[in-house]
Write a protein that binds this ligand. Structure first.
Ligand SMILES: Nc1ncnc2c1ncn2[C@@H]1O[C@H](COP(=O)(O)OP(=O)(O)O)[C@@H](O)[C@H]1O
Ligand SMILES: Cc1ncc(COP(=O)(O)O)c(N)n1
Length: 545
């Protein structure tokens, strides 16, 4: 394969080498006005209306890698996550017309060839590719990278290739730079009786196929992922010299326990086609593709597309669009919520058996916590990028918290406790520490998220405890902790909580996946601290500094 123009060398240059390399960079800079900003990759594939495999997978994978995609369709399929019900193969001339429509009009930097259902379609692609390579040679244009996915079956087991086409496919393999068979396809190409059942056999078959066809082989080990324990390994086999020697590399990833693997093979091969021109070697491209693939497979279960083998999440690096942050948080925080609702500190508050000493300890700590919490709300106000949010946090910092501190003071006086001299417990210090660490990131969104559970978990608990007190036919006005319960079930507090949650939803909707996950993590860790905070009323941990 001739090296594409944009390839960079990773060798340490000598001084004269450095001068030449710099001159090359300068020349590329002079030509930059005419250079494309994006690589342009062609997919030659069959369709998938459910959007997880074939052409649709390729286009989505291309976009995920930041390259521009062209597509020519070999076949139109009626298929979904459960199987293939019907296939219409294109007339070979019509496929060539599609391919020419692309190549007569635009430059192709790289291509992924997938499902070629009939021998005639294989021949059509072979003829077109031969002519294209000749044309590029004549014009001095870099030869496009060719990734050939020898698609034979869908995940559902449906055949995507006629028997005669399988032979034709073998004939076109030497035109590729790399082929990407899965476990059964590799066995077919190696003429093995059995598909590989372990990684060593996969490696030796990949070596054999690489030697036989003289092309690099990326053997996809998806079928071994769930039998091989925690890791999922693919094999890269490359001709290492002209003498038939083969070098193999294990491309490691982690195994994901999922049955949502519709289109993984297509996605991997198109990702390789998109990445190879951006990398110096196949190994580099393979490792990057595998890492990205792992993220896409790991996020597949949350997509909820189809009843069978669902597709992977091509957009896993984007924050969710079908699920609000608040709904996602409320679902993920459920185990902590349930623990809080069932904990003795809370249940004994409801049935009024909690000792005043225990409650006083908790209240002292809450005073200390709130002093810090107020400063964080004020900080959120100063960071807010919208006036209404700036005002909301400023008011929450003054009015809202003030009424809680006021309540605490009145309670101490009423029950004869003196909080002076009480220092923060380790539990309180840990919660405050967490919130400050998140605030130190400088992110307004993370700060809004880290203070959210203190609103929402209290509002939810206030509401639930008030109902429980009512169900026990206890008058909340005479209940020893009635005033506390009323404060957190108050409509005004509920309204503030709703506003705070809406702010988090807005910020999360505008966040990257990375920021979204930071927000979620901040809120979930705060929630765990909320649990420990209540618990300390009964355990009374050591008082720290
Ligand atoms: N359960 C899984 N966990 C991790 N990686 C997987 C899993 N299933 C497939 N893969 C990866 O997805 C890519 C496509 O492989 P595979 O599913 O074997 O292809 P095909 O769809 O052609 O059968 C490979 O990199 C493979 O290792
Ligand atoms: C058009 C087309 N091409 C390829 C596949 C294989 O996909 P899978 O990864 O599910 O085996 C498919 N189902 N449909």
């Amino acid at each position: 394969m001739s090296e594409p123009q944009y390839q960079q060398s990773n060798e340490t240059p000598s001084v004269t080498g450095a001068m030449a390399a710099l001159a090359q960079l300068e020349a590329a800079g002079e030509r930059a006005a005419d250079a494309p900003s994006r690589l342009r990759i062609l997919s030659i594939e069959g369709s998938d209306p459910i959007g997880g495999a074939g052409t649709m997978a390729d286009m989505k994978a291309f976009t995920a890698q930041g390259v521009f995609g062209y597509a020519a369709m070999t076949s139109v399929l009626a298929q979904n996550t459960q199987g293939v019900t019907s296939i219409v193969n294109m007339e070979p001339d019509f496929l060539v017309a599609q391919l020419n429509a692309v190549s007569d009009d635009a430059i192709i930097d790289s291509m992924k060839i997938g499902m070629l259902g009939t021998p005639e379609l294989v021949e059509a692609v072979k003829g077109w590719l031969t002519a294209l390579e000749q044309h590029y040679r004549d014009e001095g244009i870099a030869k496009p990278v060719v990734v050939l996915d020898p698609v034979m079956y869908a995940k559902s087991g449906d055949a995507l290739l006629t028997e005669q086409a399988e032979q034709a496919l073998r004939d076109i393999i030497p035109m590729a730079d790399i082929i990407t068979p899965n476990v059964p396809e590799l066995a077919a190409l190696a003429d093995a009786d059995q598909p590989a059942a372990d990684i060593d056999t996969l490696e030796s078959m990949a070596r054999e196929v690489c030697k036989r066809y003289g092309v690099a082989v990326y053997a996809k080990g998806g079928a071994l992922a769930l039998v091989g324990g925690a890791s999922s390994t693919d094999i890269l086999a490359e001709p290492s010299d002209g003498q038939g020697e083969v070098r193999t590399t294990r491309i490691e990833g982690r195994a994901v326990r999922t049955h949502n693997v519709h289109g993984t093979g297509d996605t991997l091969s198109s990702t390789l086609a998109a990445l190879r021109p951006q990398c110096d070697t196949w190994e580099q491209a393979a490792r990057r593709a595998k890492t990205w693939m792992n993220g896409a497979i790991a996020a597949a279960d949350r997509l909820h597309v189809g009843k069978g083998h669902g597709p992977v999440d091509f957009t896993w690096q984007h924050a969710p669009t079908g699920l609000r942050f608040s709904a996602d948080y409320w679902n993920r925080v459920r185990p902590i919520r349930e623990r809080i609702h069932g904990m003795r500190f809370i249940t004994s508050m409801v049935d009024a058996t909690l000792s005043l000493e225990d409650f006083a300890f908790y209240l002292h700590q809450d005073d200390i916590y709130l002093t810090d919490y107020t400063s964080l709300l004020a900080l959120a106000s100063s960071r807010a990028d919208r006036l209404d949010e700036r005002v909301f946090f400023a008011q929450a910092a003054s009015g809202g918290v003030d009424s809680e501190v006021m309540f605490h003071h009145n309670w101490y006086v009423k029950h004869g406790f003196d909080p002076s001299g009480t220092s923060r417990s380790e539990v309180t210090a840990a919660y405050i520490g967490h919130e400050h660490r998140v605030a130190d990131s400088g992110s307004y969104a993370r700060l809004a998220a880290v203070v959210m559970p203190c609103f929402w978990l209290y509002a939810a608990m206030g509401k639930e405890m008030r109902e429980q007190v009512r169900n026990k036919h206890i008058d909340v006005d005479t209940h020893p902790f009635g005033e506390w319960i009323r404060m957190y079930s108050d409509p005004e507090f509920t309204e503030s909580t709703l506003r705070e949650v809406q702010i988090c939803d807005r910020l999360a909707a505008e966040a990257s996946i990375d920021e979204y996950e930071h927000m979620m993590h901040a809120a979930l860790v705060s929630s765990e601290h909320e649990f420990r905070f209540f618990e300390q009323g009964l355990t009374r941990p050591a008082l720290g500094f």
